[in-house]
Design a protein around this ligand. Structure first.
Ligand code: GTR
Length: 385
């Protein structure tokens, strides 16, 4: 099958379930030294750090541990935004390291009615900046800010290009200037790592904003942004909840299934997303020391919501669901129940009352108000307790 609409057809995509090769997933509850992990203490102290390290080394790259300074300034504040429903803050977050700055432009709406501090959804915006218009002259289903405000949450967004432009030639113009050693290392981070790092810097800002409950920050991403939201939440345990929308390959879907997009294809078309090391696994998924269920598991015990769309086979809905299923036993270590059945739910039948939540929406690869309305329900069920 040629991949329609995709320039790179060297890697043929399989969409036939009967052609999914047999595979064995790495055991999420066995240490690299082959010791069974039987307690949450052992998980937290040994296995989870091991897993983060494996993803750093082989997939997303090192996460810089420090920076020299972070400052912020409020560029614009309007307490009467959205016809008085919300306060708008346009915040410029500046992070300096190696004497070089990176500037993150955060758009933030805080509901006026709610008691402060409030929980917040922050979107890693990988699409047009017009999706997060602070003036609200333009509105978009991709970031339905009014709906989120009406539900009693703050909503924020920043654009990936502030951290690393999504471009094979230009991705170095951003965070990577602050950490030049990353560029030469085989395990150096690239664009997706930079976006995830940016989400953590936004969280650093939230910790300084009295209107925001920094212990209830939900990181949201769609597709390539959803790969970054997962990596952000896996690495930074301050995120209270994660939403990964249609994130597909090297997001929430299992790589070993080789259904739809594959590791070889993603590394070829988007060489600026992941480490140099990751390229070793092109057409070689079985030798990966991880699979994506381990990334989901690294988020435990925090609530995680994943989605797919019925027509988006490229992102492997079944492989996404199976990732969640294979992470369940880590949630179980914490005594947390997942109410996922053994098979994916029917279309438009969200599973909300489960620490691992999931839906398949009818339709195309996208982020819509249907998706957001379920993120809100899921947050209501898990963050308001
Ligand atoms: C596709 C890519 C996917 C996904 C998607 C998107 O071209 O193959 O991995 O990231 O773009 O971001 O919408």
């Amino acid at each position: 099958i040629l991949i329609k609409g995709h320039a790179q057809n060297a890697f043929q995509a399989n969409y036939d379930e009967s052609k999914v090769p047999p595979y064995t997933l790495p055991d999420v509850l066995k240490t690299t030294g082959n010791v069974a992990v039987k307690s949450k203490v052992m998980w937290e102290k040994i296995r989870r750090p091991e897993i983060i390290k494996l993803f750093e080394e082989n997939v997303y790259g090192q996460m810089p541990k420090s920076y020299e300074r972070l400052t912020y300034s409020i560029k614009n504040e309007n307490a009467g935004a959205m016809a008085g429903k919300a306060t708008l803050k346009e915040v410029l977050i500046e992070v300096v390291n190696n004497n070089k700055p990176v500037k993150i432009n955060l758009v933030l709406f805080v509901p006026n009615k709610q008691k402060k501090p409030v929980p917040v959804f922050v979107l890693i915006n990988n699409r047009g900046k017009n999706n997060t218009d602070p003036t609200r002259a333009e509105k978009s289903d991709f970031w339905p800010a009014e709906m989120v405000i009406d539900s009693g949450y703050a909503i924020a967004a920043f654009h990936v290009s502030d951290l690393a432009p999504d471009d094979t030639a230009k991705y170095v113009d951003g965070v990577l200037q602050l950490y030049p050693e990353q560029l030469t290392a085989n395990n150096g981070m690239r664009a997706i790592g930079a976006w995830a790092w940016g989400a953590s810097r936004v969280l650093d800002y939230f910790e300084k904003d009295a209107a925001i409950d920094a212990k209830k920050v939900v990181v949201v991403g769609h597709s390539r942004g959803g790969k970054a939201s997962l990596w952000a939440a896996a690495g930074d345990q301050r995120f209270a909840m994660c939403v990964t929308n249609c994130s597909g390959n090297t997001g929430a879907a299992l790589s070993r299934r080789r259904f739809g997009e594959t590791v070889g294809r993603i590394n070829t078309v988007f060489p600026h997303w992941f480490t140099k090391n990751y390229k070793k696994f092109n057409n070689n998924e079985d030798s990966l020391p991880v699979d994506q269920h381990m990334l989901i598991a690294a988020i435990a015990p925090r609530p995680l919501y994943a989605t797919n769309a019925s027509k988006d086979l490229w992102a492997d809905p079944k492989g996404t669901f199976l990732s969640l299923k294979n992470a369940e036993k880590v949630y179980a270590l914490f005594g947390l129940k997942s109410n996922l059945n053994s098979d994916p739910p029917a279309i438009n039948q969200p599973i909300i009352n489960s620490q691992l939540g999931y839906h398949i929406r009818e339709g195309e690869h996208n982020l819509t108000t249907f998706d957001w309305s379920n993120f809100i329900k899921f947050a209501n069920a898990h963050l308001k307790k």
